[in-house]
Design a protein around this ligand. Sequence first.
Ligand code: NOJ
Length: 508
Amino acid sequence: MPAPWWQSAVFYQIYPRSFAPGEPAPTGDLAGIAAHLDHLSWLGVDAMWISPFYPSPQADFGYDVADFCDVDPAYGDLATFDRLLGACHERGMRLLVDLVPNHTSDQHPWFVAARSSRDDPMRDWYVWRDGTPDTPPNNWRAAFAPVPAWTWDDATGQWYLHQFLPQQPDLNWDNPEVVEAMHGVMRFWLDRGVDGFRIDVVHGIGKDPGLPDDPPEVAGIPHATLNDTARTHELIRGMRKLVDSYPGDRLMLGEVYLLSTELVAKYYGDGDELHLAFNFPPLYTRWHAERWRAQIADTRHHIDDRGAWPTWVLSNHDNVRHRSRYGSEARARAALFLLLGLRGSPVLYAGEELGLEDAEVPPDRAVDPGGRDGCRAPVPWTSAPDHGWGVTDPWLPWPPDADTRNVEALRADESSILHLYRRLLAARKASPALQLGDIVDLVTPTGVVAWRRTSPAGDRVVAVNMSGEPAGLDVAGIVLVASDGAGEGAPFAGTLGPDSAVLVDPRT
Ligand code: NOJ
């Protein structure tokens, strides 16, 4: 059986508010995405996932959904969405929408009804507990601020659970009506033709029925990073059955925000839960070869060895961009060889192909309750003062150096990081070994990670020097792509510069 499309695909995350507007505007929208598909085709990505564009009060910038089956007017409407999906498919590109099953907005009609009275038929769609206003039902912490994951509802005299903001009440997936309603949401988008879902905090949806306290040693950590219960696996299997009943290898790419690869791996089930899961421990690993080697081994041990397929991600809308974390463009360039060279499906974040750093956001412009504005700065498309947005002052400040670090300027410069992304994406597409091949570690000097990807069609060797010194490397072959562009097409000279990487064709 041929491998499903999502194993060889390179994914690209779009944060719609910050990608591009269709008409001059301070925020991006769906028409803006459609207008920039040329960029994605040129770059060579295969699929995109789009952060929420549903009607929302924007307390958590779209992750507080007030209607799962519509488009917020700020982003367009369902017809705009259908056009975008059609345009992606015409280009052979796939599109995932972001499913947010754990919670709704407190403005969602379901919660408005649930909150209206203890006797409302929808009361039990959320998680309510008795108590007194001074003592929450357990010690769970909410995300974003050191506050309880419970809010007291004065009018009806009970607590409701929210693993995130009080404006994001958790749904009660133990209620079969909730399961049916969320399955209905999935069908709504699958029937429209989407290729699958990125699933927000999917490990959060099942709750331990006793709602036990988190252990004291982790009690200060948001419960959303700890919630891990058998019930969730059952619920995910239900979602998977639904998705698999559709033709065309639709995909469930789940966000499992548990900071242990071993725990993340369990969410693949026995091939009957998530097709793919985000694995964040590598994202939180610093630029250090021995630490990366351990992450690579951990991923292989827990994910590959159970017959599942890993994912690799270094940046997204929740974390400081890896260009900023690692501290130099050279490292950001070399990091791409990890993303595209390791075994698994890479997920890029819009703007990383420009080597963008996080924006400096002064306190009076900060808007996100989770302090994540910097990585959400608008993508600069041109060198003009409006950077292609039609307005000079978008919803967040521009990222650093937008005058020179933008799509127009970097496309004109073949030595840019943008061209490096394109070359390495093309080299990956041309290589069955890089897309689907097995992986074998190579023995390397300290400070270097290197591996061989194997395939009957031809092996590939990838080496990344994370040290500040040149490293000698016993690899023979032709350099196909180099992170600094040097020596491409020539035999590998045997030395890898500091903070640099190469892709080598070892047939010589
Ligand atoms: C994870 C999302 O990536 C993040 O942006 C959001 O705030 C939380 N889930 C809550 O939906």
